[in-house]
Design a protein around this ligand. Structure first.
Ligand code: EPZ
Length: 420
């Protein structure tokens, strides 16, 4: 079992390079299954979730080759199987994208019920409602989902909740459907736009990604021999912005998109941090007390739930009381118990947590409960007095590439230790 050991009390200073977006990559790799040919993907994050998807693509008959550490070539010309291995697909959430992609290409699919981070109830009723509206028959139970159709026919689908996964899955299922599909009340995250841009590059006809309504005119086939570069990771960018603020450091964050960070930038300025925009890089620095503020997580362009634990660390040492209202996931305050072990004063009930700022956090043994909670605990360990040990770091490896190396370059004293 691996753990991180951190000697704290560090101001993070220097430069960091952001990787390609995890939540775009885990959708675009399954999307290559729709293509009758070879696709080259660049700026692919080298993280464990991506490696599992590549293995799954191989098990379906695709040929996957890493030509360098961030470039993957997928040849989906001859798919040999539409049933993805259950034990692999149920390991992570994004395996649900195999549903939309294989249904779209082969009109038949079976995957394990999606697993992933433990954030409370994670229904997929909107995905299923959408597939059925296109004419598919969907059955689920005993740990798996099957969907099949004679043909998929475009339809109008209104989503009851704004869902990243359902929006992307219905784009995947409808690009090769007959006729026009209109998706209403969709998610607008940067990775939605990236998936649509990718599919448009390979021949799909998708309009409106990034707005509330997406229209897809089905096409006969998607073609190979294209190269596409995955968008920089909005959440990794935000994690380093908040690490700079919380550690009263000075970080130049390179290879990122400033416009994706508007909501977080506004909060960081309100909390006393300073920001400079250089187009494809952002400098965040701070040398003063953190001001308290209130946060409500919302779908994009609102405050991302995936940055809620990281901003929670900064608020735990703010000069006053702050409130966070988590409106997306039922169970995303588990990290506050770990911060309280470090001397924080946070009370959480249901989807609300109250942060009474304390002067300092103190190092402790800490357990990550999910990916972003893990990122928050890394920041907490770095700013705390003394030594912290972080366990369950496989969660962190799912979504952050080479995180300890990036943090070490910024001055963090962090080691990955393999413990029997
Ligand atoms: C995506 O999850 C991300 N995962 C999550 O990131 C992220 O927290 C989430 O979007 C919200 O931004 C991936 O992209 C792989 P949703 P997803 O469908 O698609 C409800 C991370 O740390 N809902 O947008 O599963 C649902 O319960 C991960 O990188 C339904 O009710 O999220 C939730 O309250 C964790 N029915 C809300 O919608 C459905 O059919 C948003 O969920 C689908 C969702």
């Amino acid at each position: 079992m691996e753990k991180f050991v951190i000697e704290g009390n560090t101001r993070l200073c220097g430069e960091v390079e952001i990787s390609g977006a995890k939540n775009a990559a885990v959708a675009i790799l399954p999307a290559t299954l729709l293509i009758d040919g070879i696709t080259t993907l660049e700026n692919v994050p080298n993280i464990s979730d991506v490696k599992i998807i590549c293995e799954i693509l191989c098990s379906l008959g695709a040929k996957v080759t890493w030509t360098d550490i961030h470039t993957v070539v997928v040849d989906s010309t001859n798919l040999t199987c539409t049933h993805a291995p259950l034990e692999m697909t149920s390991k992570f959430r994004a395996s649900y994208y195999l549903l939309g992609a294989l249904l779209g290409r082969c009109k038949d699919v079976e995957v394990g019920l999606p697993g992933g981070c433990n954030l409370g109830a994670r229904p997929i009723d909107q995905h299923i409602k959408g597939f059925e509206a296109l004419g598919a028959e969907v059955e689920y139970g005993q740990g798996k989902i099957n969907a099949k159709a004679d043909e998929l026919i475009g339809n109008s689908i209104y989503f009851d909740v704004v869902s990243v996964g359902a929006t992307i899955n219905l784009i995947l299922a409808s690009v090769l459907a007959k006729g026009t599909t209109v998706l209403d009340n969709v998610a607008k995250e940067p990775h939605i736009v990236d998936v649509a841009n990718f599919l448009t590059t390979v021949g799909a006809d998708i309009r409106g990604a990034g707005t509330d309504v997406i229209k897809i005119n089905g096409v006969e086939k998607l073609t190979g021999n294209h190269t596409y570069s995955i968008v920089p990771d909005q959440i990794e960018t935000g994690t380093f912005m908040l690490a700079a603020l919380a550690s009263k450091g000075d970080i130049l964050i390179k290879n990122c998109i400033y416009e994706h960070m508007d909501c977080l930038s506004a909060k960081i300025l309100e909390m006393g941090g300073k920001i400079e925009n250089f187009g494809d890089s952002i400098r965040v620095y701070s040398d003063s007390k953190i001001h308290p503020t209130n946060i409500k997580t919302l779908p994009y362009p609102g405050f991302p739930t995936d940055l809620q634990p990281q901003i929670g660390v900064a608020l735990s040492i703010a000069d006053g009381t702050s409130i966070i209202n988590e409106s997306i996931w039922d169970s995303r305050f588990q990290y506050t118990n770990e911060l309280n072990k470090m001397g924080a004063k946070i009370t959480s009930q249901g989807k609300t947590a109250i942060f009474e700022g304390v002067e300092k956090l103190t190092g402790a043994p800490l357990y990550a409960s999910d990916l972003r909670a893990g990122a928050a605990l890394l920041i907490a360990g770095i700013i705390a007095d003394g030594k912290s040990e972080i366990y369950n770091i496989h969660y962190i490896d799912r979504g952050y590439e080479n995180i300890e190396e990036k943090l070490r370059k910024l001055g963090a004293k962090i080691e990955r230790i393999n413990e029997e």
